[in-house]
Ligand binder design. Structure first.
Ligand code: GRF
Length: 325
């Protein structure tokens, strides 16, 4: 993807142990077409094996033991190291700490973990022993988005590994790691690329736009558009634009209230907004989606606002009343 060759997602990897998954990520990040680079390997364990490997490979490292610190304070130290390194994503790879909710919430959607079970089975510890004891035919590993509830965020990818009759947790664990080393780099690569993939971005816009009352999708000048009102007399409140007319932007076009507002937004936040060809003349602004750190709540607010600007009175009146409560 063209955008990816320009922007590699910056990731910080947090480890507590051997760091073999970190190593798999690191070597994958150096292959052609990798969509991410590791800007920091950080640990709560000073002599974690993976730190030496990362240093040897010229990667910045950071270690800060958690002993004697509150969870919040230790999280803050780790977070600030990630921020200083310019990380856009935090990737947990055998980081044996439960994170505070506030930290997780600040990074929600930008923090991934790998867990050695086929989630939702066997959250928490001793996953291999539990799978063997249950007589399962297969174990495996899952990459998931980190949410405040432990090992419960959306699963992005899984590897399935057969359990042998004579497996011990150790022998099974070794084979699962081999699978993890294939799985994690691929899942991270795919996840960080999402934000530059027009199909993924359109999917998100579609979900938000069609989540508003009485909306439908209608093509306009060859691009997906979203209308409110009846199929017959509905009005457009959003257009999806994929690198049109020579712009590098994948964007959603929404209605501003005036040309003044449009121009001032474009001038003050050129990394977020642009004035689209043709549409710009009638007050549509381009909200850029193929950039790091898109705030999807903000995109949702713009869609709602644009919807309100053209929706029939009988619909907006209901919303105005709801707003009062
Ligand atoms: C992996 O098995 C991973 O699933 C779990 O911790 C282990 C880390 O191993 N979360 P390593 O340090 O990457 O070798």
């Amino acid at each position: 993807m063209a955008e990816n060759s320009r922007h590699k997602a910056k990731i910080a990897v947090f480890i507590s142990g051997a760091g073999t998954n970190m190593a798999a990520l690191l070597f994958a990040s150096r292959l052609p077409d990798a969509a991410f680079e590791i800007v920091l390997v950080a640990s709560n364990v000073r002599d974690a094996g993976g730190l030496a490997l990362a240093r040897l490979e010229g990667i910045e490292t950071f270690a800060h033991p958690h002993k004697g610190m509150t969870r919040e304070d230790h999280d803050a130290v780790m977070e600030s190291a990630a921020q200083q390194a310019g990380a856009e994503f935090i990737v947990l790879a055998g980081y044996m700490r439960i994170l505070s909710d506030a930290f997780v919430n600040r990074w929600q959607g930008r923090m991934l973990n790998i867990h050695p079970s086929l989630l939702p089975k066997y959250k928490g510890l001793d996953t291999f022993a539990r799978a063997i004891a249950a007589g399962d035919s297969h174990a495996g590993s899952s990459v998931h988005i980190v949410t405040p509830e432990l090992d419960a965020g959306e699963v992005l990818a899984q590897s399935v590994v057969a359990i042998a009759p004579d497996d011990t947790p150790e022998t099974l664990g070794e084979r699962v790691k081999l699978a993890e080393h294939q799985l994690y780099p691929r899942a991270v690569n795919e996840y960080v690329s999402r934000g530059f993939d027009p199909a993924f971005l359109l999917g998100r816009i579609r979900k938000l736009a069609l989540g508003l009352p009485e909306t439908h999708e209608r093509e306009s000048h060859g691009s997906p558009g979203f209308r409110v009102g009846s199929e017959k007399s509905g009005k457009f409140f959003a257009h999806f634009s994929d690198q049109h007319h020579g712009t590098p932007h994948i964007a959603v076009l929404v209605k501003t209230s005036s040309m003044d507002e449009l121009l001032s937004l474009v001038e003050t936040q050129p990394e977020v907004y642009f004035k689209p060809a043709y549409y710009g003349a009638s007050g549509w602004i381009g909200l850029i989606l193929n950039r790091p750190g898109v705030d999807w709540d903000h995109v949702g607010e713009w869609l709602e606002r644009s919807w309100r600007a053209v929706a029939p009175k009988r619909l907006t009146r209901m919303m105005d009343i709801e707003d009062e409560f």
